[in-house]
Design a protein around this ligand. Structure first.
Ligand SMILES: Nc1nc2c(ncn2[C@@H]2O[C@H](COP(=O)(O)OP(=O)(O)OP(=O)(O)O)[C@@H](O)[C@H]2O)c(=O)[nH]1
Ligand SMILES: [Mg+2]
Ligand SMILES: [Zn+2]
Length: 358
């Protein structure tokens, strides 16, 4: 297809998925911004506003069935200049969290991303434990996480912080940068070849929007000073938003999240804790939980100082949280089943009654 779509990340895979929906007047587009129930979508003919079709809304069973920023969608232009979204093309990756207010509902934050930039601030916000947590979710997404420590201009010992993070992020690229020294951001461009998409995630005030602006080359997004007293951000960005870089690549800026609730789907603990996984291969019991079992290589490594105790603590904490969520999801599925069989039972009764009446 055209070069512009490819700049936005269009590939053969999307083209063949689109072919199944292709019909007169339908075009592909990528969701740039999500308002409530209205989406801004980039197409070959420029950006357009769009709503989901009645049929898509009807068929959507859960929240992730609706479009999210980064999704490729099948669009049909309608009379008043807006468009209708008929389908969401299958995603190759998605970054999700637990929806606020409903622990059992998944909320897709960004779709079809190649790289997740986990941004931390080297000022007061800096916290390896939080990065560890973000990494678990990032691996779940199917995208490759990269840790970016911003505001290197504010600290003397960026190298030490870099080492601290590398210790909790085995196999992950970690970079120290400063948005106030734009040339330091050039390392990020290697993840932003034409058609590649990166999403920026991290707490409010760490400088996500500032980094996007510096990479774009002008002040496209609003940014704001952090409060001096506690170096917390002010939640300046309020929406997820996709930006096409002139130099190639696509960025998705996101609002800072107060806390990131894990959304469990696959087995990403093994990737986020590759160091523990490797040690665990030699534990005596295959299902060793490293909580005091005999012959536990992981605990021996902590005892000998080869593995930080804080690292094992994080592992246990996150493992407990995952089990808890899995139980909640099971409970929800059970309720759904009950509700369904109740509805079915009622329908059946009604049917039998009508039959009996005739
Ligand atoms: N000293 C210094 N300040 C920075 C750097 N990057 C960003 N800032 C400042 O940090 C403040 C917050 O930046 P934003 O880009 O708004 O932060 P954000 O992560 O987008 O925050 P939310 O939109 O609230 O999630 C602004 O005052 C920026 O100028 C940096 O590398 N060094
Ligand atoms: Mg922002
Ligand atoms: Zn063990």
């Amino acid at each position: 297809m055209s070069d512009l779509l490819e700049e936005y990340g269009w590939t053969e895979r999307f083209a063949s998925a689109f072919a199944e929906h292709a019909s007169e007047g339908r075009v592909p587009g990528r969701v740039v911004l999500e308002h409530t129930h209205i989406y801004r979508v980039a197409t070959l003919a420029g950006e357009t506003l769009a709503r989901v079709s009645g049929r898509l809304r009807h068929r959507a069973q859960t929240r992730p069935d609706f479009p999210a920023v980064g999704d490729w969608v099948v669009l049909e232009p309608v009379e008043n200049g807006d468009a209708r979204i008929h389908a969401v093309l299958p995603r190759f990756s998605r970054f999700s969290r637990r929806a606020a207010g409903d622990a059992t509902e998944e909320q897709v934050i960004a779709a079809n991303i190649d790289t997740v930039f986990l941004i931390g601030g080297l000022d007061g916000d800096f916290n390896p434990r939080r990065i560890e947590r973000y990494l678990v979710v990032a691996w779940e997404s199917g995208a490759t996480p990269v840790v970016v420590l911003n505001k290197a201009d504010l600290v003397e010992d960026a190298a030490r912080h870099l080492a601290d993070v590398q210790a909790v992020a085995p196999g992950v690229d970690v970079h120290a940068v400063s948005a106030h020294r734009p040339e330091s951001l050039d390392v990020l461009r290697r993840y932003l070849d034409t058609g590649r998409t990166a999403a920026l995630l991290g707490s409010s005030g760490v400088g996500k929007s500032t980094i996007v602006n510096r990479l774009v080359g002008h002040d496209l997004l609003r940014t704001q000073d952090v409060r001096i007293t506690d170096s917390r951000g002010r939640h300046t960005s309020t929406a997820r938003q996709m930006v096409l870089l002139g130099t190639g690549g696509v960025l998705i800026d996101t609002p800072g999240m107060r806390e990131l609730q894990l959304w469990e789907s696959g087995d990403s603990m093994g990737e986020a804790f590759a160091d523990i996984e490797e040690l665990a291969a030699s534990c005596r019991f295959r299902d060793c939980r490293h909580t005091g079992e005999p012959g536990c290589t992981v605990r021996s490594a902590v005892a000998s100082g080869d593995l930080a105790k804080t690292r094992l603590d994080s592992f246990h904490k996150l493992a407990v949280e995952r089990e808890h969520q899995a139980r909640q999801l099971d409970a929800r599925a059970l309720l759904e089943d009950k509700r369904r069989s109740k509805v079915m039972g009622k329908a059946l009764q009604k049917h039998l009654k009508n039959k009996g009446a005739t």
